[in-house]
Design a protein around this ligand. Structure first.
Ligand SMILES: C[S@@+](CC[C@H](N)C(=O)[O-])C[C@H]1O[C@@H](n2cnc3c(N)ncnc32)[C@H](O)[C@@H]1O
Length: 225
């Protein structure tokens, strides 16, 4: 079977097909045109509800890769404002956002999605997102790609509102020194320690069913949720 090498990770074509629905490590797939709404509802129940989005939230999705996460979540919660950010805008454009909104509107069948998407290009150590703006920042499978996580976290601290929440969806290793699988760089205590060292406080850990390594870590800037 042919193997594709993406950012030093070997990924089989089968995994490429399904990776958009499974937390994968380094794959970025531009295809957002899922056609099974029931499946999307399952993904929502399994993973997305853990991000606790509510109407009116302003959300930064850092290292988004494509528009799937923002559009999918807009199907379940009205009036979300997403800043969809990445180093690469290969899969991110106003045209794709418009086409994607039309696709998900049709798929959901409940009228136009209410919410908006802004696209932002980041730099390695800086998000280029506005300060003191976000209710929630989402890092889904991107933390392990940060070259200088401390600098990224300091930037995230500044873009969050004082009562803002950081959600880190990441694969973690069970045991230290185990052979490192692509994209699984840290143990859970190491991941939490690095993020708390910048000042964040861990509030909750959510496991995502069907996934051995992937968990969602919720952090606030204060002691209280
Ligand atoms: C494995 S993909 C995850 C994509 C998406 N979040 C998901 O869950 O499917 C990692 C993404 O992070 C982006 N990335 C890596 N370093 C970044 C940084 N410093 N700032 C913003 N994005 C970054 C990459 O370009 C890539 O699109």
């Amino acid at each position: 079977m042919a193997i594709f090498l993406l950012q030093s990770c070997a990924i089989s074509p089968t995994k490429m097909l399904y990776s958009i629905f499974e937390p994968s490590d380094t794959l970025v797939n531009c295809d957002i045109y899922l056609s099974d709404y029931e499946y999307l509802e399952k993904i929502n129940k399994r993973e997305y509800i853990n991000y606790e989005f509510k109407a009116g939230d302003t959300i930064a999705e850092i290292g988004a890769g494509n528009l799937f996460f923002s559009l999918a979540n807009m199907c379940f919660v009205d009036s979300l404002t997403f800043y969809v950010q990445d180093l690469s805008l290969v899969c991110l454009s106003e045209t794709e956002s418009q086409k994607g909104k039309e696709h998900f509107t049709k798929l959901r069948g409940l009228g136009p999605l209410k919410g908006c998407i802004h696209i932002v290009q980041g730099d390695t150590n800086r998000s280029n997102l506005p300060y003191n703006t976000f209710d929630k920042v989402i890092l889904r499978l991107v933390y392990h790609e940060f070259k200088n996580p401390e600098q990224n976290l300091q930037d995230i601290w500044q873009i969050l509102k004082p009562d803002g929440i950081l959600y880190v969806g990441e694969n973690v290793q069970k045991k230290k020194n185990k052979t490192i699988k692509c994209g699984i760089e840290r143990t859970e205590p190491n991941l939490i320690r690095e993020i708390e060292n910048v000042g964040f406080k861990l509030q909750k850990i959510s496991s995502v069913s069907n996934s051995k390594h992937f968990k969602i870590y919720k952090f606030t800037k204060n002691d209280h949720d």
